[in-house]
Design a protein around this ligand. Sequence first.
Ligand code: URA
Length: 447
Amino acid sequence: MDRTQENRTSHRPLRAVDIIIKKRDGLALSREEIEYFVNGYTAGDIPDYQTSALLMAIVLKDMDDREATDLTLAMAHSGEILDLTPIIGKTVDKHSTGGVGDKTTLVVEPLVAACGLKVAKMSGRGLGFSGGTLDKLESIPGYRVDLSQKEFLDQVSRIGIVLTGQSADMAPADGKLYALRDVTGTVQSIPLIAASVMSKKIAAGAHTIVLDVKTGNGAFMETLEEARKLSILMVSIVRLSGRKVVALLSDMNQPLGCAVGNALEIAEALETLRGAGPKDFHEHCLVVGAHLLKASGKVSSLGEGRTMAETALQNGSALEKFRMLVQAQGGDVRVIDDLNLLPKAPVIKTLTTVQVGWIAGIHAREIGETVIALGGGRAKKTDSIDHSVGIVVHAKVGDHLNAGDALLTIHAKNSVDFELAQERALAAITWRDKKTDPLPLFYGVIE
Ligand code: URA
């Protein structure tokens, strides 16, 4: 029997090592094997080292759509699946596949909740170079991201919005796998991302889901083709579970908005909720919000959805919803009116340009990794993060700058970190002496 056949014909009990070998050799795993692994890891019977090996084998050898669907369902069923309909009616959710400066959830979820949709969302932490909504929210002193299922349900019924982490009750397999993938170089995989995103969505019971699938150098899917493939897979998995779904393909070749870093992104989200955020981010939020409003049936056209979303920003109701959210989850609501109460880095310096020209590129991943190196993300599962550090990029691709214009503000915990970040961030920006077009915000919609 050759090596690729070993352990495949026998009927002996399943073992983690055999499953790893099977995937290492590029074979498709059965539903039983996938469930065995997911349940074993969730229960603590299969250790991190074997799970890391399987994850890496999946990254290298891929999974077909049937395996990805089985993985999603096994992860979703690792905990409880909520059916919110009898308690609170239909709920909506949006999910980004991860990017740099992507704080969309913080604006869009309160925005659509202010328009009358019920938002029941479980978010994640930073993953690789991309930031995570939970880490951002924890910049607000006291904000709790560990609600129990009962608290989750009570809060959506009471105020129409909840933004929490995965509780031990819901998709616990994703909670564990997500943290492990973050530090084992196993994020970049279409089936792993699809299963991670969709298991949470299925477990949290939303009926309408808008997926914000990022593509570009600051996304896990660098090419449009990969992002499209991931979108099609996720859309088909959601459809199987009988829910409504739309995937938007959006640009991540430069940071979204200006702020990158946990507390800085909370500040920018609050400015956007006040109608004073960066233009690209403001527009991105209106488009995602309009899709959620339309997909949920609240409005009949995207134009109507956009008008409703614009009104919720202008009349302050979206900001008020965010205030209710922070209050309900134990956060210090004073932060909303006084950004100085957010964590502040000891060293804050703005770099101005010495040249005249057009910005041709702002390498999003490099900016994201520089923020991680400043302490804004994790290198190991157990690392704590510094919420105060980060970078504000004052320009966008296509902008024309003159000497002396503000280019970057770096927030660091000391001057050594500042110097290193300055060098890396400046190198992430490319210039042209000719007019350069701005980058598009979106590349398409998959329904
Ligand atoms: N977002 C998730 O929830 N999971 C991933 O794997 C990537 C982005």
